[in-house]
Design a protein around this ligand. Structure first.
Ligand code: FAD
Length: 269
């Protein structure tokens, strides 16, 4: 299938992109790596009047690793971040989760900003961001603001970004000394969206978990009780698995991810 006709804009600068986003309004979609949006256009699940292609915005391609966080420009590809040894040292959870996002060809084009803005409840990165307690920066002509991960994902494929805002930076907190983390998921084949996934961070005796694929947004749970974790989720039945099966996966993933994160915390402590 082919997409419905649209106007095409490829701004050279972030300021120009923000001006277009403000002028064209909600009828314009932003194009990043196109790995989710282009299939949706082709299947006519989305028919925006205009596309604002961010591919020329090199200013949104960076990985800044500091003592307390890994700050990633929205147009950084999955693959670039996955390959960054500095990002891995500061926050190993990122590489562990990115290795499970689709296949390398998709990760070569897909962007960190696109993955987060798309807010697919089955995606890995939103859960990583929520488990770590990360945040994002968004910009519009009105200025810049930060949104905590806990306030960012509001429903299936929906975030708290305003229609004139662009996601510009994603910030993953660095793992503290003596802390441990793990990302585990269960999928039918490697590279498939997971039936369920768990991001886990164990730090100073606290356990933070965020689950993928078992609710409209990443499901955040504090503590290590598998039954409490399963009760917090709201999975659906679909052709891949029943809701009950997914809840059982959450119990299993909780035990495994917490165990692995604790083991790693002991090694690093
Ligand atoms: C075969 C296949 C398998 C996949 N498997 C997985 C998987 O297992 N796990 C997973 O997480 N993902 C998976 N994906 C999706 C992939 O990770 C996408 O790359 C990602 O979801 C979107 O990133 P993108 O840069 O391609 O964004 P695009 O497709 O270009 O955009 C996605 C959405 O985000 C919006 N957007 C993008 N950038 C911004 C921004 N800076 N500000 C505001 N809005 C923005 C767009 O307007 C659009 O609505 C898969 C994709 C394919 C094709």
């Amino acid at each position: 299938m082919k997409p419905a006709p649209f106007e095409y804009h490829a701004p050279e600068t972030l300021d120009e992109a923000l001006r277009l986003k403000s002028e064209l309004g909600p009828e314009a979609s932003v194009l990043a790596g196109g790995q989710s949006l282009v299939p949706m256009l082709n299947m006519r699940l989305a028919s925006p009047e205009a596309l604002i292609d961010l591919r020329k915005l090199d200013e949104l391609r960076y990985i800044n690793v500091a003592d307390d966080a890994v700050a990633v420009g929205a147009m950084t590809t999955h693959r670039a971040l996955e390959r960054s040894d500095a990002a891995y040292s500061a926050c190993p959870l990122i590489r562990e989760a990115l290795g499970l996002v689709a296949h390398a060809v998709v990760r070569n084009r897909g962007t960190i900003g696109g993955s987060v803005a798309h807010a697919d409840p089955a995606a890995e990165l939103p859960s990583v961001l929520v488990a770590l307690g990360g945040k994002v920066k968004v910009r519009s002509l009105r200025g810049e603001r930060e949104i905590a991960a806990a306030d960012l994902f509001t429903f299936h494929f929906t975030t708290s970004l305003e229609p004139d805002e662009l996601l510009t930076e994603i910030s993953f907190p660095a793992l503290e000394q003596g802390a441990g983390s793990a990302f585990l998921e269960i999928s039918r084949r490697h590279g498939d969206y997971a039936l369920a996934g768990a991001a886990c961070v164990v730090s100073n005796g606290n356990t933070r978990l965020a689950f993928t694929g078992v609710g409209p947004i990443p499901v955040f749970v504090e503590g290590d009780d598998p039954d409490a974790a399963a009760a917090a989720t709201s999975p659906s039945d679909d052709i891949h698995a029943t809701a009950d099966y997914r809840r059982q996966l959450v119990r299993v993933l909780t035990s495994r991810a917490v165990g692995l994160a604790r083991e790693r915390a002991q090694v690093s402590g």
